[in-house]
Design a protein around this ligand. Structure first.
Ligand SMILES: [Zn+2]
Length: 260
């Protein structure tokens, strides 16, 4: 038996249930997926047990998400070849998404950036002059929905040590909002700051998260890139653990944030 096969067998002996559905696991799944990382330098330890059905069902969406996360990064020096490859793959396999990603007009994009960063000088200082926004439609929303659910399920498995069952609430917020007091309060509670390492090299420039986990609740903020357009806030709670609509706001002092 080869090393890889032995490793897989050992992993599945320690992790018997699919972290997504709870059925017997037969494969190893990576989350965040390998194609989210430049040069496919995915972090060690982010491997999860999955049944064939769940693993297979994710793969096509992950290809599309690989393109979306590159767009979200606000990245002015994308590795062009990888970006082009991601684009071609999605063109072939998910034309609905491509159809949906219509560039906003140059005027609308300029106005958006100026409103967001205060002045044309600030926009220029960030190297974003000429950046064109894209309209987001139902397919992109479906994909980000799935991504947040998978994030919650895998983070729960990793940090709460069980198969998640309950309610997941997520929201995307513009990065600047993290400077606000209410958001700062949440972030200060997210004491879990995992390292994302690959061969000793930090890969958190591509993906980074902070979290708080207890037996009943996992709250996390994650982002792609060092200066992304938006960050994702995800909360997962066990069924009946807390009234997520009312108590969450009190617990995290985040009345100003719509997590719906
Ligand atoms: Zn499964």
């Amino acid at each position: 038996m080869g090393q890889a096969k032995k490793r897989k067998q050992r992993f599945l002996t320690d992790h018997t249930q699919c972290c997504y559905c709870g059925l017997p696991a037969t494969t190893i799944d990576h989350f965040p997926p390998r194609n989210f990382f430049k040069g496919r330098h995915w972090p060690v330890g982010y491997e999860f047990p999955a049944c064939h059905t769940c693993n297979h069902a994710k793969s096509r969406d992950e290809q599309s998400l690989g393109l979306l996360v590159r767009l979200i990064r606000f990245d002015t020096d994308p590795d062009t070849r990888e970006f082009q490859e991601a684009l071609t793959a999605v063109r072939n396999n998910n034309p609905i998404l491509i159809k949906e990603l219509v560039p906003k007009s140059a005027v609308a994009s300029k106005l958006y950036l100026r409103n967001r960063f205060g002045s044309a000088e600030n926009v220029g200082g960030l190297g974003l002059t000429g950046w064109r926004g894209l309209s987001i439609g139902p397919e992109a929303n479906r994909l980000t929905d799935n991504m947040c659910v998978w994030f919650a399920q895998t983070a729960w498995y990793l940090h709460c040590h069980s198969i998640f069952e309950g309610r997941i609430i997520w929201s995307r917020i513009e990065t600047e909002f993290l400077g606000h007091e209410a958001a700062q309060q949440i972030v200060s509670n997210l004491v879990g700051q995992p390292e994302m390492l690959r061969n000793g090299k930090n890969v958190s420039n591509d993906f980074f998260y902070r979290y708080f986990a207890s037996d009943d609740i996992l709250v996390s903020i994650f982002q792609f890139g060092q200066r992304p357009q938006m960050v994702f806030v995800v909360c997962a709670t066990r069924k009946g653990a807390i009234n997520t609509d009312l108590e969450l706001a009190k617990l995290w002092g985040q009345r100003n944030i719509d997590l719906s």
